[in-house]
Design a protein around this ligand. Sequence first.
Ligand code: PLP
Length: 386
Amino acid sequence: MKINVSKKSASITPSGIREFFDLVLGMEDIISLGIGEPDFVTPWNICEAGIYALEKGYTSYTSNQGLLSFRKTIAQYLKKKYNLGYHPEKEILITVGTSEAYDLAIRALINPSDEVLIPEPSYVSYYSVTQLAGGKPKYLSTHETGFKVTPKMLQEAISNKTKILLLNYPSNPTGITYTVNELKNIAKIVKANNLIVISDEIYGDLTYDFQHTPFASISGMQSHTVYINGFSKAYAMTGWRVGYACGPENVIDAMNRIHQYTMLCAPIMSQMAAQEALINGDNACLEMKKEYKRRREYVISRLGEMGFTFPYPAGAFYIFASVKNTGLTGKEFSCRLLKEKKVAVVPGVAFGTEFKNKYYIRVCYTTEFEKLKKALNKIEQFLKEL
Ligand SMILES: Cc1ncc(COP(=O)(O)O)c(C=O)c1O
């Protein structure tokens, strides 16, 4: 008998990134500038905190909200770094990655057909997770405004069904981020229209040229914002699966009520390791950031020399480049580059349907410097042979 899966799950399309990388899996000697995962191993003091947790027998559930001492550490960290005040007992929830934090926030806030505005291009999960929650994702096209949400575009997109604006900065896939003034201008529209912002700031600590500003720290915005963050990127902890959400008490409570019947809690040893990351992880984090910055400068200059254009990647570890000068769409470029030169980049269409016949690719520089050089040499050779 063939089991029929639900209509909802059948309607979800596979992630464009995974689809492309299924092709890569069967091939040998590929240099991947594809998957957005740090090439560093988790810093040793953080690993040790996880090992210590196991050695001491910390193998149980925690409270649904997460270890209170960890929530207190997060509260102290946000206060010290951004002057953002959250009550550790009522306004912070530990989640299984930033991914779960987004899922919970959407499910806790959305009624059927409520609209969620999502800048396009965007990280692959937002659209489908919103659909799964019964919401209506609505893309905000940003490729003509430097890949940034503008107050005008926002105002024009808002209808009486609009409830949430998703922000993600520094952005996956473009690396763009916002200045304080740009955030203030967005905040005015958010306030005037009573919107809620889910702000995914997982790359906040990977902002290279100036200090990151959380949306919740903009005057009047804390009560409008669910701030979500995690440890996967800046601390190279993708496999530990820890994130957190901070927001108004009633929203965190609603999120926790869903979380308690689904995930129950994040793994205790991962929570303890992530707590160590916040207490003693700054130096390792800065070292990795320094190396990403060095790579960013190199990739910017090489891609620029090849005639590609891209928004200035102020953070994260991605460059969203237009390969229009080659005459190939992003998908054609990525497929041919993979086949002919064994270098993997992600076609822009993975980050929004608008990019289907457009000329963008995402280049990720989470690859060690020498390999990165080799990959860029191969791209240059590929262009010469076109
Ligand atoms: C913007 C963004 N948010 C969330 C995630 C997932 O993070 P986590 O590993 O904390 O679930 C990613 C991973 O690529 C991402 O790029």
